[in-house]
Design a protein around this ligand. Structure first.
Ligand SMILES: *Cc1c(COP(=O)(O)O)cnc(C)c1O
Length: 413
């Protein structure tokens, strides 16, 4: 690991298999099932409030897409031969906020909304939740505040869903946050506080402001079980998609999943669910920008209280959604016994992967998302039966990114 850390220090791209240390059982299968039932209860509301979810019956989910041309081009660009099929999971196009944050963020808002309504005798689990899409409920929720710190996408998911329910929402945006995201939230009536400083410090401020006020529900990206559980339900529909596509996952046919990692809650939650479903037959690896490899650093050092600044990094990245200097404690503590591999990708490389994906499959994935594609070319050949593997790159954001932003990264050239 010394060599890995020394390469990371030089902002070189790295790849390593994690030394798994057995973790505590912080969350269980029952917790995932409970979250999944809650999302199903809310599906009637989601369908009413966000008609774009009609096709998926009010469950916010994405498709699994085979990308043959992307694989062929990737092999050329990276000069490797990748055995097995390459798929992308299209969380870049999730309803409401166009990123994987729709899974964790919206779930967390729903859980709070359900608790409040139940405490006030307005809702039972057997009710049809479409009643929530009404003036009566919006008026009720308008008396409650939600706050969150964000590099952009978490704020979008919580801001847009919270506002739709009627909540008073405040989002603390770190300096990486893109202007168009702030503008969109302000137009939706969300209070946006612009913060000079990185994500970790934006979170600190948001947390201490929220603590001053009993009436504010603070969603803590570094420590929220609800966020984590919202993400963890992703495998419930993925299992069906794999079956439909006749993709085998067993001890001789590994599934390798590449996920972009910021603080680790999103990819950690998804990994937690996948491991419950497929055990050792699924290999999960996290990709991060070379300047912000907080989870890779934590895994290499075997502890969560690390900061990329400690090794002279943190100079910013085009992958704004991954610009986190320290990992989530919760995500690290669950992942330390589960995560299979880590890799880092530099900014030029993730931009070229963004362009490659668009050129070959017409998919617009923001750089924070295409980082994951870089993992496929890294070849985790230590994996048993690597030759029979199916690869899934988990795309995490892009749908709402305006045309101008794409032009800036040379997508349409
Ligand atoms: C937030 C985000 C991630 C990573 O999620 P974390 O929970 O921060 O690890 C990946 N991709 C995109 C586009 C994101 O917005």
């Amino acid at each position: 690991m010394e060599k890995i850390i020394s390469d990371m220090r030089k902002a070189k791209e790295v790849l390593f298999n994690c030394n798994k240390i057995s973790g505590e059982e912080i969350l269980t299968q029952e917790d995932i099932d409970d979250a999944w039932e809650r999302l199903n209860r809310f599906s009637a509301y989601v369908r009413a409030a966000f008609p774009e979810t009609k096709k998926t019956k009010g469950i916010i989910d994405s498709s699994l897409q085979l990308v043959k041309d992307t694989k062929a081009e990737l092999e050329k660009a990276e000069n490797v031969k990748i055995p097995g099929d390459l798929y992308v999971k299209r969380d870049d196009s999730l309803a409401v906020c166009g990123s994987l944050k729709a899974r964790g963020g919206i779930y967390t808002v729903f859980k709070y909304a359900e608790e409040l309504a139940m405490k006030n005798g307005m809702l039972k689990t057997t009710d049809n939740y479409n009643v929530i899409d009404s003036f009566y409920y919006r008026e009720f929720y308008s008396h409650y505040k939600i706050s969150v710190g964000s590099t952009g996408n978490l704020g979008m998911s919580i801001g847009l869903s919270g506002k739709k329910l009627g909540f008073d929402v405040t989002v603390y945006m770190s300096e990486e946050a893109k202007k168009w995201k702030k503008d969109k939230l302000m137009r939706a009536g969300v209070n946006v506080v612009e913060f000079k400083g990185d994500y970790t410090s934006a979170l600190k401020t948001a947390r201490s402001e929220a603590l001053k006020d009993d009436e504010t529900f603070f969603i803590d990206d570094e420590d929220s079980k609800d966020l984590f559980l919202g993400y963890s339900t992703a495998y419930k529909t993925l299992i069906k998609q794999l079956k439909e596509k006749k993709i085998k996952v067993d001890s001789t046919h590994p599934l390798i999943v590449y996920l972009p990692c910021g603080v680790g809650g999103g990819p950690g939650g998804i990994t937690f669910g996948l491991k419950k479903a497929f055990g050792d037959n699924v290999y999960c690896c996290f990709g991060e920008p070379t300047q912000m490899p907080c989870m890779a650093l934590a895994m290499a050092k075997g502890r969560s209280d690390v900061s990329v600044y400690d090794i002279g990094l943190g100079k910013g990245t085009v992958a704004d959604g991954l610009a986190c200097s320290s990992p989530s404690r919760l995500a690290y503590n669950v992942m330390k016994g589960m995560l299979d591999g880590c890799f880092t990708i530099d900014d030029e490389h993730s931009l070229s992967l963004t362009r490659l994906l668009y050129k070959t499959s017409r998919i617009k994935a923001e750089p924070s998302s295409s980082v994951a594609l870089g993992g496929v070319g890294k070849m985790f050949t230590d994996i048993e039966n690597y030759g029979n593997a199916t690869h899934i790159v988990w795309l995490t954001g892009g749908k709402l990114v305006p045309k101008k932003e794409w032009e800036n990264i040379g997508l349409f050239e």
